[in-house]
Structures are given as structure tokens and as C-alpha cells.
Write a protein that binds this ligand. Structure first.
Ligand code: LMR
Length: 392
């Protein structure tokens, strides 16, 4: 029956993380998977989250099913976080993290727009294509990262989007583009949204790092600008990184559609959830809801987010300075120009393999470096390792 199963080529990010964990070298450094680690190299428990937990949020009581669409107070809090004050004509459902939001969104769209193709930036997160192809989409790409300049390819993206059929779905990263760390400027976003509006395209934003680039409100600018312009769109939110709740799988999918009957829209989202995992898990979302809804914890969380962002920025600056000293003839400006957890290094497959085998420094095969894995204790070693593989 199962004697001809195809082999699974392990996921390039999660598989690498398993290899890293199995590496016995005590001084190994994980710059692969997107996990924020603090100065001590640990995944932090945010004080705001700890305070909410100690006050009883997410505590074990009788374990009952949440509604299919998730907890109402959580959905309300997420709506405010993502869209700020402008929250009309938006339906939010709680999902199993950002990946669950993408999957529910993909299934929902396949049901209501069965012939639409999805267009993704080149490159994009390794799992995007799998999720949408798995939901039956034809997956295409549009130019995003210009290798020659290391910058956003606005002309290429606009030219590609201009050719798309009305109703095509366009995947966008509103901030901290994964894997490149290269984000459009506000002027560039305006140009992209102009084409999207003119061509009647449907943006699907994947927002896993709201607050990691410039701030909670600044990073949601493109999403909110869509709403301000009356453009229908979807937003997948993940709270794994920004609340440091990786294992809890907390996320949400928001759909902005002013022309849709909101009750029917919610109904179609519930249908997609019910036949996938029925209803979401309770505890992580209860923690996020408590933090967002309590003024003191909310302020504390925003300060913790600011501190995470500042630490990643400091690591970028530090590595940039050290590499500049070690290899003055090479340009590492990309480190300080890019935003968020990731930097696209341009390292070759051979250099990445040497980093791992010779130095125990783990970097994703695309050349993506997670700067959130750097700290004052490992940055000099990482710099030496990079200088070794880049200098030869
Ligand atoms: C990443 O890109 O490293 C993270 O989003 C983790 C994952 O699931 O791939």
C-alpha cells in the first residue's frame, strides 16, 4: 500500500535547525531559523507575557472548544494592532500561527476565486509556494530582489504586476522581507499599490514581524494604506516572533473587503477552518489578548519589542563594522541597509557549507543570515568565520 512513497527532501529551514541541534560542538552558532535570541543566546520570555500569565491569562481551567473563528476579544485586539483606528469592513479570524493563516487564506481564496493564480516575490519564504501549491494554486513569481544592487527591484515588480489579470493574488511582505531583509520604501509601496489598484489585483500580506523593522504602526503602513484606499486585501499575522511564543502557534487572518457581506465572508473563513483543524488552540491567544488589552502590559510589550529591534540593529552595525575591518575591499553595506531578523548575504553554496562544517555557523542555503542569533559573545567568532570563507 505504502511501498512507493516519494522521499521528502527535508524543509530547508526546519531541517537545518534539526542538524544544528544535533551538532555536538559547544561553540556552534545558529543563524538559520528565524528565532529571536537575547544577548544570552536564549529565546526570551517577555516580561509582559510573563506578567499576563502570572495574573492568570491562559491558565488551565476546563478545556473547552473555542469558536471556529477563535476568541472574540483576541480577534478584536488583533484588529486594532494590525489596522490601528481604521477597522471597518474587516473580518479577523484566529489561526494556528502565521502558517495557519496563510493556509486558511489559501483555502478560502481557492474556494471563492478558483481560477486565480498567486504571484510571489522572487525570492520569498521557502514555505509560501508549498502552502499555495498545496491549496491548488498555480504559483508564479514577480521580480523583487535585484541581485546586482542588492535592493528592491521596483521597476521589475511594477512591470510584472502591470501584466497580471484582474483578480490575481499578489503575495507581499509588509515589513522585514523574508529572506532578504529588503523592504520597499513608502514611496515604492505607493507605486506598487497604484498598480495593484489600477489592475484590480488582490494583495495577500504575510506579516510575521510587525514591529521588527521600524515600529508596530510604521511596519503596518502598507496594509493600512490598502484599507485607506479601499483595496480589498488579506493579512496573515504571526505572533511567534514578536511575542516570543513560538510553540504556542498564535496567529490571525484578516480580510478587508468593503463590498462583501461580512457575515458570508466570516462564514467562508469558518468553512475553511472547520475542515482543516476545526477551531484554534486557546492558551497562547489568551496571553496575547491579555497583553494587548491591558494598557500597562501593552506599553511594556511595545518597549520589549523596541528593545529586540534595537538589539538586532546593534548586531547588524557591529557585524558590518567588524567585517569592514577584516575584509576592507568587500562591501557589507547590505547588513545595515536591510531590516528585521534576516540579511541576504550573497554567500555561495560552497561558502555556506564551509561555514557550517569548518566553523559550526549555520546559515540557510539561500544565504539568508538570521542576525537575531548574534550576540556580543559570538559576533567576533562569526565575523572570523565569515572572513575565512569570504576571504579565500
Ligand atoms: C523562518 O523563516 O525561519 C521562520 O519563519 C521559521 C519557519 O517556519 O520557517
Amino acid at each position: 500500500m505504502f511501498d512507493r512513497l516519494p522521499a521528502y527532501a527535508d524543509d530547508p529551514i526546519l531541517g537545518l535547525f534539526e542538524t544544528y541541534k544535533a551538532d555536538p560542538r559547544p561553540d556552534k552558532v545558529n543563524l538559520g531559523i528565524g528565532i529571536y535570541c537575547d544577548e544570552a543566546g536564549q529565546v526570551p520570555v517577555l516580561e509582559s507575557v510573563r506578567a499576563a500569565r502570572e495574573a492568570g491569562a491562559g491558565a488551565h481551567g476546563p478545556s473547552v472548544y473555542l469558536p471556529t473563528e477563535g476568541d472574540e476579544a483576541y480577534r478584536h485586539a488583533v484588529r486594532e494592532l494590525v489596522f490601528g483606528g481604521n477597522t471597518g469592513n474587516i473580518v479577523v479570524v484566529q489561526t494556528v500561527a502565521g502558517t495557519g493563516a496563510l493556509k486558511v487564506g489559501a483555502d478560502f481564496l481557492k474556494g471563492v476565486l478558483p481560477d486565480a493564480a498567486i504571484w510571489m516575490p522572487d525570492p520569498t519564504w521557502a514555505n509560501h509556494e508549498a502552502i499555495f501549491a498545496g491549496a491548488g494554486f498555480s504559483v508564479e513569481s514577480y521580480p523583487y530582489y535585484a541581485k546586482a544592487t542588492g535592493r528592491f527591484d521596483l521597476d521589475g515588480a511594477v512591470a510584472a504586476l502591470r501584466k497580471l489579470q484582474a483578480g490575481s493574488v499578489v503575495l507581499l511582505h509588509p515589513c522585514c522581507h523574508n529572506p532578504t531583509g529588503v523592504d520597499p520604501s513608502q514611496a515604492e509601496w505607493r507605486a506598487l499599490l497604484d498598480v495593484i489598484e489600477q489592475r484590480g489585483l488582490l494583495p495577500f500580506f504575510d506579516m510575521a514581524y510587525q514591529g521588527f523593522a521600524h515600529g508596530v504602526d510604521e511596519d503596518a503602513w502598507a496594509v493600512r494604506e490598502c484599507v485607506r484606499r479601499g483595496i480589498a486585501c488579506l493579512v496573515a499575522s504571526s505572533f511567534s516572533k514578536i511575542f516570543s511564543l513560538y510553540g504556542e502557534r498564535v496567529g490571525a487572518l484578516a480580510v478587508h473587503a468593503s463590498s462583501a457581506d461580512q457575515g458570508r465572508l466570516l462564514g467562508q473563513l469558518k468553512l475553511a477552518i472547520r475542515r482543516s483543524y476545526s477551531c484554534p488552540p486557546a492558551q497562547g491567544a489568551a496571553l496575547v489578548e491579555a497583553v494587548l488589552s491591558n494598557a500597562a502590559w501593552n506599553a511594556q510589550w511595545r518597549a520589549e519589542l523596541d528593545a529586540m529591534r534595537a538589539r538586532m540593529r546593534a548586531m547588524r552595525t557591529g557585524l558590518h563594522r567588524m567585517l569592514g575591518e577584516a575584509l576592507p575591499e568587500q562591501d557589507f553595506g547590505f547588513l545595515v541597509e536591510q531590516s528585521g531578523m534576516f540579511s541576504y548575504s550573497g554567500l555561495s553554496a560552497r561558502q555556506i557549507a564551509a561555514l557550517q562544517s569548518r566553523h559550526g555557523v549555520y546559515v540557510v542555503g539561500s544565504g539568508r543570515i538570521c542576525v537575531a542569533g548574534l550576540n556580543e559573545s559570538n559576533i567576533a567568532r562569526v565575523c572570523e568565520a565569515l572572513a575565512d570563507v569570504c576571504g579565500g
